[in-house]
Structures are given as C-alpha cells and as structure tokens.
Design a protein around this ligand. Structure first.
Ligand code: NAG
Ligand code: NAG
Ligand code: NAG
Ligand code: NAG
Ligand code: NAG
Ligand code: NAG
Ligand code: NAG
Length: 578
C-alpha cells in the first residue's frame, strides 16, 4: 500500500485528540471523516479522509507548495491522514478533533469535527454496525470475479433474449407456467414431470471442475478477488456443516465434495494474492423451516411441490430446527466466517427478518480486528446497511456515489448462472469488460463481474477468452485502475471520458478511439498546467509523451497520433503526472 500521508507529513504518525497538520495556497477543508478503517497491518493507525478544496481564484497548488497533488482553483482532492490514539485515549470514544492545513507563510485553514477515536468495538445493533465501512484493501481491489455455480448449472436454462431471466432462478421460475422464461414448459419437455429439481444432485458430478484452472483464470483476468456462490436460494450449499444445521449440501449429498474448500485451497496455494469472498443467500425458497418467513411470494413458500402434480415433495437434506434464522442462517454464516475465513460476506436478499445480522456482523468484525484482519460485509444482509452498496445490478447507467459501492453483472446479457441458450456473440466481450470496469471505478465503485461455469465444472471457452483479453489490458493499465480514487470535484467525466486519480497522477481514460490529428478535446477542467507532460499508459507506446496544449475555452487538447491510437485497444489512457 502507498504511504497514506500524501502531503508533507509522510512518515509522521500524528496523535489525536491533537491536530492533523498538512502543509500545502488557498485551501479550505470541506470534509473531515474519522473512518473505521485502519492502515493494513497497523490496526492502531486510524484513517481520516480529508477533502481539501482550492478556494483560491487563480493560484494553483503545485508540488513546490509541498503538496503531493496539483489543485487548480475550485478543484478538490481526498487526502488520507493516519492518526494514532494517545496513551490513555479509549478506542471508540468520541471527542473533538481539528484538521489543520497550512501553506505559505502562516496561512492556514482548519475544520473541527466530532470524531470517534480509533476503532470502536461494535455491538449487536444496526446503529453500531452501520458505522463500519469497507476497508481500503477492498476499495483498492476494484475488480472481482463472481461465480454462480450450483444445481441450476445442470439444466442451465433461463429463457432467451428479452424473456431471459437469471438461470440460477430455474427452480423458482419452474413453479409458474406463466413465467416469461417458460421454465415450467422447458423442464417438462426435457426432463418430464417426475424429475424433481433435487434430482439434479445426481447430475452434479463436477467431473471437469478444476479449481486451479478457475483461480488461474481469475488471475489472468487481472481481477483481485473471487466471490463464489456458497449457497444460493435453492438451499444446496457447496460447503460442509454439522448435520444438526442441515444436510442439504454437496458434502452430505451427492457428489460428496466440499467445493468451496477445494476452490479456496486452490486460491491459497496458486493465487494467494486473491481475496476470497462468499455469496450467501439469506433465505431459501422452499426450506420448510423458512415457511413462516415470507417475502415477495418467492421465498418462504416451502416445503416444495412438484409443479406438475402439486404434490408436496421432500426438501432433500432438511433437518428439523426450531427457527430458520438462529438455527440455519446464523450458524452457516459463522461457518463461512470462521471456518472458511471469508474476507467478504456477500449476502443476498435483504429480508427484513434476518434479525441476527447485527449480531453476526459485530462479532465477526470485532474478532477479526483482534486478528488484525479487515473484513467486509455487503448491503444485503438483513437489518444492517452494510459496508458497501450493491444496488447496481445489471445497471446501465450508474451514478457516482461517495458511499463505496460494488456493481454486479454477468458476462451473460441477463444471467449470473450459465445459460446454455445464450449465443457466444451475446456475451460481454473484452472491450465491454474494460469500459465497464473503468466506468465503475471512476464512480467510486468496484466491479464484481460474474461468470457461470457449466454443470460439469468447466468454464465456457468464450468466457475465458473475453476475460483473458480484458485481463491483458487491465494488467497493462493497472496503475490507472487499482488503488485509485474518483475525482471529487468534477465527477466521473463527461461523454466518453472518465477520470481516476492517485497521489502521483491524474488519469484520463477515453472509452473510444481518439480523434486523430484534429486533436482530442478533454471536456472537463483536468489538472493540466502549461508545460506538464502527458504520457500514454499501457499498450505498445506506454510512456510516450503526447503533444498537449490548452485550446479554446481553456480545455486541454491532446494530439493523439495514429501510432498511439493503433498501439492500444478497448480504451485509451493518458496520464498527467504531478
Ligand atoms: C471549492 O471551492 C470553489 C471556489 O470557492 C467552489 O466553487 C466549490 O464549490 C468548492 N468545492 C467544494 C467541493 O466545496
Ligand atoms: C441427469 O441425470 C438423469 C438420470 O439420472 C438423466 O436422465 C439426465 O439426462 C441427466 N441430465 C443432464 C442435464 O445431465
Ligand atoms: C396445481 O395448482 C395450480 C395452481 O393452483 C393449478 O392451476 C393447476 O391446475 C394444479 N395442477 C394440478 C395437476 O392439479
Ligand atoms: C417463525 O417460527 C419461529 C419458531 O417458532 C419463530 O421463532 C419466529 O419468530 C417465526 N417467524 C415469524 C416471522 O413469524
Ligand atoms: C464523509 O462522510 C459523509 C457523511 O457520511 C459522506 O457524505 C461523505 O461522502 C464522506 N466523505 C468522503 C470523502 O468519503
Ligand atoms: C464487443 O461488443 C460490442 C457491444 O456488443 C460490439 O459493439 C463490439 O463490436 C464488440 N467488439 C468486438 C471486438 O467484438
Ligand atoms: C497533431 O500532430 C500532427 C502531426 O504532428 C499535426 O499535423 C497536427 O496539426 C496536430 N494537430 C493539432 C490539433 O495540433
């Protein structure tokens, strides 16, 4: 991780409740947030996010002013400051804090806030857990691969074209003959009325499941984390648990394998840099023990029925319990947290009834703090807001959000699990992956991009091809993607332009081919001063200096030659160094 003190104080550790000082001309401090994040491996050093704004009319803040950034008048920047409690200050206690920015000869600005000092101990209430934020490793990781794989990968069907729906919803879709996917009819024609959903367990033989190939592909894709489905809404888990909780999993049932363990072991062994998260469905559609918790008429309608006869059928592996939430949901989450050491608890379906999620989250975050591990929980875990928002699901136009978020979609046009009916030409290609990633990152988000392996465990060739091609681009441009921040003053960028920033540079991404000899006009007031060097990032002309000038309307014009254009593909990235 880069030093957190981007400003003049690099290497100094400040103590509070005293003052965080930064040397930098006409600054105002517009925000100071005492965060719940700490510097990786230094749990005693709390991160403060400070937003500085150059309120001057004309004077730029430049290097010579001791600032690690260039700030044109009206521009702002997010700076992180590491702060350590003084001896005797109770972690989690609240009190006054003052951030001071100094520049020139005695000029200064300050802002007072009420801060939480150090890391709090969370208690089992939404108010307490809602203070927790996604850690910096997760914000910096930007790109993860989501993997939907389970019994639904055997039929691999979710309708086609505009009637397509998520193939992982097969069982639920099958229950209604009017469902637009026509899964009811599809199942009848292909498997007959006697073939139950749970009969797919016998087909789930996973003969081509090669966990090393999966994690190698994720690494080749340039992604930094994985989130496989540990249990989807059908309730068939891919991990082990005591029989008192449930026998509905791939270990107790066919094919008697612990797929989550196999995958995580391969990740630890072959791609240890990958963080490992777990998708976990809070409810189960047809679990008899969930029947008194109903939601959207889709969940809590068990025990299951054969839709062709209306007869009640067994829920394979079901074990009688008193109450689904404390006896199944909560213990399963604990198993993922403490036995599978998940880094990201990626819950799904925010049912209002998941009343133990504040308990789960507070215990987990507190315990892992003691282990110097920063873990994170998403926004779909019940009665808590979670560390990061996940409402952008197959969203076309995502706005910039100052709250950290993670966008999800599959390579498939509308399915997370494999849909065998999707033609190869319909998958998101490398160009789409790259531009989606840049767009998301410029808006303060991560991209969790999904693949759907086939029922036998193999990953369709077309998915591998697109991921690897995009991976080449992503790796060659990684300085402009990973560990970057959004541009707080002017947003993600107009038209086809997107921006990302670091402590050393400002990156301009163009999501289409540049405009040739007439010059490419950058539409926003990027921090370019006469004489600055603008260089090419990535491609075969990496590092080449571009012809740049301030044109009409004070806008930066880049003369991107044919050679530079030809040297890259998917997106073109240019860097203004500080
Ligand atoms: C920064 O300062 C400029 C000039 O005073 C002002 O127009 C702008 O709104 C400020 N930006 C923020 C984020 O406060
Ligand atoms: C699943 O197994 C059954 C027999 O147990 C077989 O008839 C069926 O074709 C298999 N389906 C798939 C998709 O492999
Ligand atoms: C099953 O129930 C549905 C909905 O009540 C009904 O439309 C259908 O005719 C029933 N099917 C059989 C075989 O009884
Ligand atoms: C469901 O039943 C259990 C066990 O009786 C009970 O503890 C729980 O509160 C019930 N939930 C609802 C939503 O009624
Ligand atoms: C600081 O916290 C406020 C309130 O939660 C939030 O709106 C703002 O976006 C935060 N600032 C940064 C830089 O994260
Ligand atoms: C990638 O997909 C987009 C959108 O479908 C399409 O316009 C573009 O031509 C594709 N690129 C390649 C190289 O196939
Ligand atoms: C861009 O560079 C080319 C080649 O040097 C030159 O012919 C052209 O006039 C330049 N365009 C602009 C807008 O400066």
């Amino acid at each position: 991780m880069r030093p957190l003190l981007y400003l003049a104080l690099a290497g100094t550790v400040l103590t509070h409740p005293s003052i965080a000082e930064v040397d930098a001309p006409h600054i105002s401090i517009t925000q100071v947030n005492a965060t719940t994040r700490w510097i990786e491996d230094k749990p005693q050093i709390q991160i403060f996010d400070v937003v500085l704004n150059n309120t001057g009319e004309q004077t730029w803040l430049t290097d010579s002013d001791n600032l690690g950034k260039k700030l044109r008048p009206g521009d702002s920047v997010i700076v992180q400051v590491g702060v350590q409690n003084k001896q005797g200050v109770e972690p989690g206690s609240k009190g006054p804090a003052t951030a001071v920015a100094k520049w020139g000869k005695g000029d200064s600005a300050s802002r007072d806030i009420t801060a939480t000092y150090g890391m709090p101990t969370y208690n089992a209430t939404p108010e307490s857990v809602n203070e927790h934020e996604s850690p910096d490793w997760f914000r910096d990781a930007k790109y993860g691969i989501f993997i939907h794989w389970g019994l639904y990968s055997i039929p691999a069907y979710g309708g086609v074209g505009k009637n397509e729906n998520y193939a992982e919803w097969y069982w639920s879709s099958q229950m209604s003959r009017d469902d637009p996917t026509k899964t009811y009819q599809y199942h009848l024609e292909n498997y007959g009325p006697e073939f139950l959903y749970d009969d797919f367990m016998a087909n789930f033989t996973a003969e081509n499941f090669r966990p090393k190939e999966w994690v190698d592909l994720v690494a080749d894709a340039g992604a930094r984390y994985i989130v496989p489905t540990a249990k989807h809404h059908d309730g068939y888990a891919l991990f082990d648990m005591p029989e008192t909780i449930s026998k509905r999993n791939s270990v107790k049932q066919l094919p008697h394998r612990d797929f989550l363990k196999e995958l995580f072991d391969a990740a630890k062994k072959y791609q240890p840099h990958l963080r490992r998260g777990t998708y976990f469905s809070m409810p189960e559609w047809f679990n008899p023990a969930y029947s008194n918790y109903t939601w959207l008429n889709a969940f809590g309608i068990g025990p299951p029925k054969n839709p062709y006869t209306n007869q009640t059928v067994p829920y394979t592996g079901f074990v009688e319990v008193d109450d689904f939430i404390p006896d199944i949901q909560y213990p399963q989450m604990n198993i993922l947290a403490y036995e599978y050491d998940t880094d990201i608890m990626w819950c799904d379906i925010t049912t209002p009834t998941s009343r133990l999620s504040p308990k789960f989250a507070s215990e987990w975050i507190n315990k892992e703090y003691a282990n110097n591990r920063q873990v994170t929980i998403n926004s779909r875990c019940g009665t808590i807001v979670g560390d990061f928002d996940t409402s952008a699901e197959y969203a076309d136009d995502i706005p910039l959000s100052t709250r950290h978020f993670e966008a999800t979609r599959g390579l498939d046009p509308h399915s997370f699990a494999y849909n065998a009916a999707t033609p190869d030409s319909a998958y998101l290609n490398a160009s789409g992956i790259v531009t989606t990633l840049i767009d998301t990152v410029a808006k303060n988000g991560n991209l969790l991009l999904d693949i759907g392996p086939k029922g036998d465990g193999s990953i369709p060739e077309i998915m591998q091809k697109h991921l690897r091609e995009a991976g080449e681009w992503i790796k060659a441009h990684e300085e402009s993607i990973f560990s970057t921040k959004y541009w707080p003053s002017h947003g993600p960028g107009k038209g086809d332009f997107r921006y990302t920033t670091t402590g050393d540079a400002f990156y301009i991404h163009l999501l289409r081919r540049p405009d040739g000899n007439k010059g490419t006009v950058v539409p926003d007031p990027v921090p370019y001063m006469d004489g600055d060097r603008v260089t090419v990032v990535g491609g075969s002309m990496h590092g080449a200096v571009l012809d740049a000038m301030i044109g009409d309307d004070d806008k930066l014009v880049l003369n991107v030659s044919e050679a530079v254009t030809a040297a890259d593909r998917f997106a073109w990235t240019f860097k203004i160094g500080y």
